[in-house]
Ligand binder design. Structure first.
Ligand SMILES: NC(=O)c1ccc[n+]([C@@H]2O[C@H](COP(=O)([O-])OP(=O)(O)OC[C@H]3O[C@@H](n4cnc5c(N)ncnc54)[C@H](OP(=O)(O)O)[C@@H]3O)[C@@H](O)[C@H]2O)c1
Length: 437
């Protein structure tokens, strides 16, 4: 039985879970791999604080060079997060001939091409199951089990924090700010949850799924993104009346004229599998040309589920499975065929719009004219009188208007929204969500 030494960078939430498995499930890992695998070094900025698992002090270091320069280490696990120094550390590992396992979606979404190129140059591998949907084995499923398929679409709930917030608002009638506080109290949201609620985290994960499923190489900042900050309790009520739930969906759709990519709060049919994914759960629906729809659900974050994915990657790397997949997939390779990405103005779909308008004759005619000009037809509409309007001193009656449009192009819809916001009888911003039937 050969001895295999691995090292870990970042002893935070996920790093502690990974260390726990390697230190306390040694026999289990020996049985699976047939090797004596030891977590030989852990690098963290802080080597003094007490952790909630026992870490032998002699394996802790705050000197990353002691790992880069250790010829006995064959796999380096990056669990620091963020871009720097994670990017430099991963490059150093690869340049020193060590395989890498990472859970860092931000790093891959931004520097995937550079890192994968470095891995190929050094005959090493990068494994990243935990970077998308934590414990759900979606990367390996698309990369291996679904290989026979041309992937047609991926629709996913990839951010557990926003799904938790939306579930609390929908099921518990909680306000957005109280739902955020509850998510923070339960450890589902960071002190600053901006990247979760504004869709950045979801877009970064979608970038990785788009590379894996479709070979698309796109800067995550160029993907159309809407967050959940403007979703209001009233939207859940209306969505329910119309037969929908609201989810933050990451969508990749293959079309004849290119790949459509976006992240947006979306009304999904109440009886669809994605609508039934609650709280901090993640889910991915992949449609392949042969498999049809395949649905994956599980915990997308948290110490144990994410550590499970990281350790699975380490085991695959030790056994050589990662190398086979890495070589055959050839991800983020600039020589790969370029997959065209659709311009956002050419996306087609149904939309949900909510706005406040003066409740008087002629107002409907005004906004119907705007839609007519853009060839947007209305599938359903609800008008709800506001019993206590804010502008009490102007005796004007106001109403909330909820519309669901038939399919229209994104370009036409955005222009229509701009025009509607300029009509004096329409007050404030128009809230818009996508609708998926
Ligand atoms: N948390 C989740 O549920 C989850 C799920 C899926 C994927 N991920 C990904 O997993 C990665 C780790 O996330 P996490 O939640 O475990 O983060 P975390 O709790 O913040 O842990 C990061 C650790 O790295 C340490 N660190 C920072 N800079 C360092 C440096 N220069 N050298 C050595 N150590 C350094 C941090 O120390 P200080 O605290 O002292 O800065 C901290 O202990 C991220 O890429 C994240 O996106 C996380």
């Amino acid at each position: 039985m050969s001895k295999i030494k691995i090292a870990l960078f970042g002893l935070g939430t996920i790093g502690t879970g990974v260390a726990d498995i390697f230190l306390n499930k040694k026999e289990h890992i020996r049985k699976i791999t047939g090797h004596d695998v030891s977590l030989a070094q852990i690098c963290d900025k802080d080597t003094l604080s007490k952790r909630d698992i026992n870490i032998p002090s002699d394996i802790l270091t705050n000197n990353p060079d002691s790992i880069f320069n250790n010829p006995e280490i064959s796999v380096g696990i990056e669990l620091i997060g963020g871009i720097e120094p994670a990017r430099t550390f991963v490059l150093q590992l690869l340049n020193n001939g060590k395989n890498v396992v990472t859970a860092n979606k931000a790093l891959l979404a931004q520097h995937g091409a550079e890192l994968f190129e470095a891995a190929r140059r050094n005959n090493c591998t990068i494994a990243f199951e935990a970077a998308v949907c934590g414990g759900i084995p979606i990367i390996s499923s698309i990369a291996t089990s679904l290989q026979a398929n041309t992937i047609l679409s991926i629709n996913a709930i990839v951010n557990g924090t926003s799904n938790f917030i939306l579930s609390q608002m929908e099921d518990g009638g909680t306000s957005y700010s109280d739902a955020v506080k509850e998510a923070q109290k339960l450890g589902y949201a960071e002190a600053n949850p901006a990247m979760d609620v504004d869709g950045t985290d979801a877009v970064q994960k979608l970038t990785i799924l788009a590379q894996l499923g479709f070979g698309a190489d796109i800067d995550w900042k160029n993907i159309s993104r809407m967050g959940i900050e403007s979703v209001d309790a009233i939207d859940f009520k209306f969505a329910k009346n119309l037969g929908y739930r609201i989810k933050l969906l990451a969508v990749a759709n293959r079309g004849d004229d290119g790949l459509e990519l976006h992240v947006a709060p979306t009304l999904v049919k109440r009886d669809s599998p994605l609508a039934r994914v609650h709280n901090a759960f993640n889910a991915v629906q992949v449609v392949g040309d042969y498999v049809g729809p395949a649905f994956f659900q599980g915990l997308g974050a948290g110490r144990k589920p994410t550590a499970s994915a990281v350790v699975g990657d380490v085991i695959d790397t030790i056994l050589g499975r990662t190398k086979i997949t890495f070589d055959t997939l050839n991800l983020w390779n600039k020589n790969n065929e370029i997959v065209p990405i659709k311009n956002i103005n050419n996306f087609y779909g149904k939309s949900y719009l909510r706005f406040d308008a003066e409740d008087r004759p002629g107002v409907m005619r005004d906004f119907a004219a705007v839609f007519g000009k853009k060839n947007i037809s209305i599938a359903s509409m609800i008008q709800h009188e506001i019993s206590n309007p804010d502008n009490n001193n102007s005796n004007k009656q106001r109403a909330v208007i909820i519309l669901i449009t038939h399919e229209s192009s994104e370009g036409d819809l955005l222009e229509a929204i701009k025009e509607l916001e300029n009509i004096p009888s329409i007050q404030g911003k128009i809230i818009r969500m996508r609708v998926q039937d």
